[in-house]
Design a protein around this ligand. Sequence first.
Ligand code: PMP
Length: 367
Amino acid sequence: EQKQTINFGAGPAKLPQTVLLQAQKELLNFGSTGISVLEMSHRSSDFNKILNKTESLLRELLNVPDNYKVMFLQGGGSGQFSAVPLNLIGLKEDQCADYLVTGTWSAKAAKEAEKYGKVNIVHPKLDSYTKIPDSSSWTLNPSASYVYYCCNETVHGVEYNFIPETNGVVLVSDMSSNFLSRPVDVSKFGLIFAGAQKNVGCAGVTVVIVREDLLGHALKECPIVLDYKVQAEMNSLYNTPPCFSIYIMGLVLEWIKNNGGSAAMETLNKQKSSMIYDIIGTSNGFYACPVDTACRSRMNVPFRVGKKEGDDELEKKFLDGASKRGMISLKGHRSVGGIRASLYNAVTVEDTEALATYMKEFQKEHQ
Ligand code: PMP
């Protein structure tokens, strides 16, 4: 049965229909095991196959070099806000780290890191999270243990379309909301992490890709489940991993591979996001996106309706009308208001066209 609802949620988000159908088909009896993945021992050879398949698909899709470990951990992106400094701030004597703060999520990460070492925000503080400060204004500290940034700020719709130059300092990136939405040169990074529940699966598992030589520097107070060296050596099986979420991620990665991989995802994501930004740009101010055109996210498109700062009444009408057409979860994050359309990999061109058509009709009716 085809679903009628289109989910534009920021995460947990839409999953490909074929993935859900496959999971449904296999739910009661996985392969010839006679049991569900939900019931399977994480030490069984059947689960090991699932884990290995998920890892090798990920390595293939992102071209992960051999000197990187891939881990599937719990605690979400927020867990990594702690795990990153706990594991890496001790890389150098000074125990300090450089942070780029361009939205809610990097701000939270920087605040958490302050518990474990010195944090330097490398650019003048932003009054609003609508741009990436020009790199000429950054003061990077050469003795920092790492430089951290959030590649796509999910709340504010700010995305880096370049890799920051750190002059040899280890680079760490939170790619939770644009993971596998485009190709990425993993070799430029010391560490990449991403929660699965936006582009690559359901909630419960967080991917960590880390260069091997960065392992083994954890602070002594680092909780063992967050210790990269321990988890890497144990193949993510120090403790019970989120088995079902890893299985779902495997299905999603297979779907990405069958649909042309990260390069094909990028083409589609460009096309989908341009569709919505074009309508905003040609609406004579009826729709407004506050984000600098140079760093507008292809994943999360935030906009206001009616006037630049938004007309609350009209925005409520917009959301009600969308919901009548089966388009849900378009409300902007509570901290910024307005509308946010999240266009992750599983959101199709047709889904996006439905939104585009609605936006045009709504403007005609209400301007
Ligand atoms: N980083 C980014 C970019 C996010 O969008 C989110 C969640 N929306 C997080 C981190 C936090 O993830 P979690 O809720 O899984 O801890």
